[in-house]
Design a protein around this ligand. Structure first.
Ligand code: HEM
Length: 410
């Protein structure tokens, strides 16, 4: 039985989780919650905070779970009047059965392991281009902000090429997508929602134009493959729009954070940076460890569809669970000395890509991007230093940088 003080600490940790001072290092807060219970019923949240590795993994795989983000957004009485919410709730990640397995099948038929493998040479070419541009900008000795210079535009360029969005349009879509994703975390102002509706209208226009072009002339890209699924009757008009726009956004939103957080973490752990430089063969495990340590998406929300047992507790239907992947990835029952970055760690998988029916469809694309671009950065520059004020992103659920100025030397 936890003491009153421990419970107070856990509640205070939950209240502080998304506050700016805690954003760079929220992990002691997850520890405070986990110390009381790995499946903790919080009065502040009005929901369960799940911070245990085993428990997050188990809950993510329970077939009876429903999507909590969807349930929460639908509580807004006027959600149907906002296109930004309507289209978001049609995104693959927010669907429940029977719609989810049907759309997932189509998405998996298009976004195949082979389609990802075929991206390797494009990713290498793009990574090389962005790293050389970094070098060019760093030449005059001025700091270069890694986020707008590489961490953002590189994954945008990769997913744009994969989908078949022309290079110059990718960054325009990216700006519009940012207005839209601002409302995805659930905390936004009415003005944010108005702007999101406007930007979604514009995005729809551009994507409709792409669909028209690919109907007229197929190419070797994912938009053509999606248009084919639509023509075969496996997607209706709205599903086509929802899937294409969601694939585009999931292609960069999180990978951007993985890249920026990884570079920063390596700078804070110079011995590991040197180890990776000297032992390129650890690249695969290095990226897995950076995914674990930095957890680019801090968690996800589920709603119990029926009574479940989790962490020794019985939880009735209709209760919200916050699956805190960032906490689970630092669970000492699963990982030895979990706060330590150890690029050679081999202790079983992290939960950064979720689990179960909604397991990240782009996990291997994200891995490939990081495995290619991170070694290029650390090997291209012998000197890498933080040079100025860093700024973390404040969007709920995302862990990464808005600005990361670096001094780079050959
Ligand atoms: C480091 C990068 C990435 C991270 C950390 C990440 C993380 C996640 C997580 C945690 C989920 C599950 C969400 C939930 O259960 O509620 C998810 C789902 C998804 N991710 Fe990723 N992701 C990344 C990159 C990508 C990329 C590059 C793509 C490519 C388009 C992608 C496509 C998707 C899709 C389509 C889903 C929804 C799957 C479904 O609901 O069936 N992700 N991702």
């Amino acid at each position: 039985m936890a003491s009153d003080t421990a419970i107070q600490e856990a509640e205070s940790a939950i209240a502080r989780l998304a506050t700016p001072p805690m954003i760079p290092d929220p992990y002691p807060l997850y520890d405070a919650i986990r110390r009381v219970d790995r499946v903790y019923e919080s009065t502040t949240l009005g929901a369960y905070a799940v911070t245990g590795y085993k428990e997050v993994n188990t809950a993510a795989r329970m077939a009876s779970m429903r999507n909590g983000v969807r349930a929460a957004a639908m509580q807004r009485p006027d959600w149907q009047e906002h296109d930004a919410l309507r289209l978001f709730l049609r995104a693959l990640v927010n669907l429940d059965p029977p719609e989810h397995p049907a759309m997932r099948e189509v998405a998996a038929a298009v976004f195949t392991p082979n389609a990802i493998k075929r991206m390797r040479s494009s990713i290498e070419r793009l990574a090389h281009r962005f790293v050389e541009e970094l070098a060019e900008r760093a030449r005059d000795g001025e700091p270069v902000d890694l986020v707008p210079a590489l961490a953002s535009p590189f994954p945008v360029a990769v997913i744009s090429e994969m989908l078949g969005v022309a290079g110059d349009q990718g960054m325009l879509f990216y700006e519009l997508a940012n207005d839209w994703t601002r409302i995805w975390g659930g905390y936004y102002t009415d003005a944010d929602l108005v702007q999101a509706d406007k930007s979604v209208a514009e995005l729809r226009g551009y994507f409709s134009e792409l669909f028209r072009a690919r109907r007229a002339e197929r190419r070797d890209d994912l938009i053509s493959a999606l248009v084919e699924q639509h023509e075969a009757g496996r997607l209706d008009d709205e599903d086509l729009m929802a899937l294409a726009t969601f694939l585009f956004i999931s292609g960069f939103e999180t990978t951007t954070n993985l890249i920026s957080t990884s570079v920063y973490t390596l700078l804070e752990n110079r011995d590991q940076l040197e180890l990776w430089r000297n032992k390129p063969e650890i690249t695969a495990s290095a990226v897995e460890e950076l995914l674990r340590h930095g957890t680019p998406i801090s968690g996800t929300v589920r709603l119990t569809g029926e009574t479940i047992r989790l962490g020794g507790k019985e939880i009735p239907p209709g209760r919200m669970l916050f699956l805190m992947t960032a906490g689970a990835n630092r669970d000492p029952l699963q990982f030895t000395d979990p706060d330590r970055l150890d690029l050679t760690r081999n202790e079983g998988g992290h939960v950064s890509f979720g689990g179960g029916a909604h397991y990240c469809l782009g996990a291997n694309l994200a891995r490939m991007e990081a495995q290619i671009v991170l070694p290029m950065i650390i090997n291209r520059f012998s000197g890498i230093e933080v040079a100025g004020e860093v700024e973390w992103r404040t969007a709920i659920g995302l862990h990464g940088f808005e600005h990361l100025p670096l001094a780079l030397s050959d």
